[in-house]
Design a protein around this ligand. Structure first.
Ligand code: SAM
Length: 249
């Protein structure tokens, strides 16, 4: 099947994917924080935003194979006005019947840039600045993903490292014109840990195609969907040029 990038609306395109056909879903939706995306209003009414994504979660569950994992990258937004999106998404997904299996802390090591202290050196109203994001992991139906032993490609050292759920990975510096791309290392770990060689991986908010690029490199099929023509073009070029290089952290 290979690595496909589809330029279109998430719901419209996901509806075309057959049910029980994807082994792993890794995605990061827009966070609704007013980021400057090419073709998306990133400042919707919160209720409307949650309702929209609830429809996406329904398709997510439908297309996953039983035992397949959904890895959702998200972080609470706002420091002064904290918005616990990660809790709201978790409730939605649990209500839909998905099983919440674990959470991985992606520690971004960005505290050096810190400026928002709230009430400096005073208990009056100090702020906590999250220097991490979550990868929330859900399964559909059953806990185990069936597969062939010969298609396992994670090494013992990788397995030991990745199963400690505190992942120190710096944010991506090579942005390819996108405001919030995944670091390749994050995707490498999720794909290696949660899928077999030859499996199909979906990212329905694929941006500049990091999931596709890593999938191509390590022998997975993939489907990437994004509404922005510009990001889809970048993703296709990255695939053509095989622009992936596993970096040392
Ligand atoms: C947080 S970014 C994902 C970035 C991606 N992980 C990467 O590595 O480049 C969210 C993406 O959702 C896309 N998007 C927003 N609304 C969409 C919609 N209705 N259908 C499909 N994609 C959409 C945006 O264009 C944006 O690229």
């Amino acid at each position: 099947m290979g690595n496909k990038i589809i330029c279109g609306d998430v719901l419209k395109e996901m509806k075309k994917i057959p049910e029980n056909s994807v082994h792993l879903i890794i995605t990061s939706p827009p966070y609704n924080v007013g980021k400057n995306y090419d073709s998306h209003n990133d400042k919707m009414e919160y209720k409307e935003y949650l309702e929209w994504l609830n429809e996406v979660w329904k398709e997510t569950k439908r297309v996953l194979v039983p035992g397949g994992r959904f890895c959702l990258n998200i972080a609470p937004t706002g420091i002064k006005d904290f918005v616990p999106i990660h809790h709201d998404f978790t409730s939605q997904l649990r209500k839909s019947g998905m099983k919440f299996r674990t959470e991985i802390i992606w520690y971004k090591q960005t505290m050096l840039k810190r400026t928002a202290w709230g009430s400096w050196r005073s208990p009056a109203n100090p702020h906590i600045v999250p220097s991490w994001e979550y990868i929330l992991v859900f399964t559909k139906g059953k806990d185990r993903l069936e597969g062939n032993k010969k298609d396992i490609d994670i090494t013992s050292d990788e397995f030991k490292d990745f199963s400690d759920g505190f992942w120190k990975i710096k944010p991506e510096r090579q942005r390819n014109g996108h405001p919030a791309p995944f670091p390749e290392e994050l995707i490498y770990r999720l794909i290696k840990f949660y899928s077999y060689k030859g499996n199909t991986v979906l990212d329905m908010f694929s941006g500049t195609g990091t999931v596709a690029v890593v999938s191509q490199e390590i022998g997975r099929n993939s489907i990437g969907i994004d509404i922005s023509k510009e990001y889809c073009e970048t993703a296709k070029n990255r695939l053509k040029e095989k622009r992936y290089q596993k970096k040392l952290i």
